[in-house]
Design a binder for this molecule. Sequence first.
Ligand code: AHR
Length: 504
Amino acid sequence: MLAAKIILDKDFTLGEVDPRLFGGFVEHLGRCVYGGMYEPDHLSADENGFRTDVLELVRELDMPVMRYPGGNFVSGYDWEEGVGPRDQRPTRLDLAWQSTETNQFGTDEFVQWCRKANSEPMLAVNLGTRGPEEARNLVEYCNHPGGSAWSDLRRKHGFAQPHCVKLWCLGNEMDGPWQMGHKTAAEYGRVACEAAKLMKWTDPSLELVVCGSSNGGMPTFAAWEAEVLEHTLDHVDYLSIHTYYGNADGDTPSFLARPEQMSDFIDQVVATADYVSAKRKSRKRLMLSFDEWNVWYHSHGDREKRNIRPWDSAPPLLEDAYTMEDALVVGGMLISLLNHCDRVKIGCLAQVVNVIAAIMTQPGGPAWRQTIFHPFAHVSKHGRGTVLRQVAESSYYDCKDRAAVPHLTSACVLDPDTGGVTLFAVNRSLDSRLKLTVDLRAFAALHVDEWTTLRHSDLLAENTCAAPNKVQPAVATGAGVDDRVLTAVLEAASWNVIRLTPAK
Ligand code: AHR
């Protein structure tokens, strides 16, 4: 049997988890909005046309922030066309996803949906085909109480109270040549700086996210961050970071190691942000917004395979059906986010419904939880508090692009109110159980309250409309605390949540 050991001390803390780490992302892409969140003819639709079965599942994920409306879509979006009477909204070609956008759902509907989902909206502005002027107008439309043209227009549309949107993204992935209005770092840095000034002058309470690289593999990665921050450091509050992983070549040991790569990526972005602060003699420690992350690869090539034609409206794009092994990687990515909670304050699972999503729907039919839904729901529910520093040792393995990958990846979160600790852990071994011991020497007596696992004999098992609960959490037994040492044997290829509470 494999083995791993962790030593914890309640006073050795890494940082506080910002609940916004558990946010989501909604884009006008495929069936995310139309047929996912919004389906007026659906049996469960409410007075706004929102699917209440989907809303219920989103509330279960408990996502405190929701990023919208893109993604690549935002870089060609005219927000003004998505507000006001629906019958006057124009239909447009969306060049990002070669789809037809009806504009039947826009900013006001999104804010209304967020209120029902218990999420705060996080809006992205178009810095691709448009600029600072349209961005500050949108801030005025959303947040100014009234007495100006844009705020009065919102009131005329039936929203007397301002939407009070705090968190804003200055464009999306502007380093990517695929982006409408793609820019060099210098061009983007200047535009982002000017947009930030105008937006904050309109509403000084805003928090702004400037675009980092689209992913760590971009040829301009790190140089992009450094140059963009040279222009914007004093005007922004967060730097964005995005990543998606896949297992197209079926190399599962390497795939399960991807969360280590995610941790390296975060460290590199933090180092680059701190380099700019040092260079500018600034004491600012810029925080990160990991506002797109997930597994994404199953749907690559779907346009051809599913014969999706250009300019369809809400076509089934990016509909990854997630497997058990994807859930292990998503669990590992959540662990990586927790273990960087001192610098990563915002996270957005990309995306929420139908499009590389935790939740799937059938048109006119049911909604169900994909495999990745489960680790996200667990961490969102039990991962709020103080992350503890771990002194950890684990057996390890080598894989194609990485040596000495620990079989165990874990994060430990202290609930300061109860004194309880939740341990999230993945055993990455595909064939061996792992004996985990956790030395709790500095804690008052704790006992195992609950141990939940997610595993399946078939790592490629999926949840489908016909079998929505094929992969679902189960209660595990056999863990115990003796003389302040927790012992648990983790099954091969398993996700685990062990909740320890103070003994009465
Ligand atoms: O989430 C899907 C796409 O991935 C987003 O539109 C884009 O920002 C990223 O490249």
